[in-house]
Design a protein. Sequence first.
Length: 159
Amino acid sequence: MGLFDIFKKKKNQVEELEAIPVRQSLAEFFSIDIHNLDQYLNGDQDNGLKYTATIQQLNNDMGLFKEAIIKRFKGDGSYQVEIWGDRAGMTADLSEFVTVCCKLFGPTDSGEGEITQRDYTLIERGSFSRLWKKVWVDMSTNDNDKKVMTITLFNPEQD
């Protein structure tokens, strides 16, 4: 009887894993609505640049990201969203985000795909990056010369 209880326990654990929802779109990863960015730019003054911008606080998205800089370009009305983390590192959510990007856009032009052990080494060295036509995941240096993770979304409203 004890042997069969072990199999029951493993079956229940598999069912629990299968019950975890898998995200299918980029919007599911963020606490801001990346498909309705106009709502965040209301009342912003002209800054004399080619775009208007605002900073939106995030809810520790993906366990890393604290703020988004939302820019709307005056010429064509397109958007760019720069999402800034508070540290450099790879979380399970960020790894899943890269996986979703791979599913949506395919491998990068340099042939990079889902996260591998090599990527963790690159993060330790401060040189991790993934670039697709619509998304750039990168390690950057913040104003305090600290390495942080960033995500740039190029015109996410058109997805």
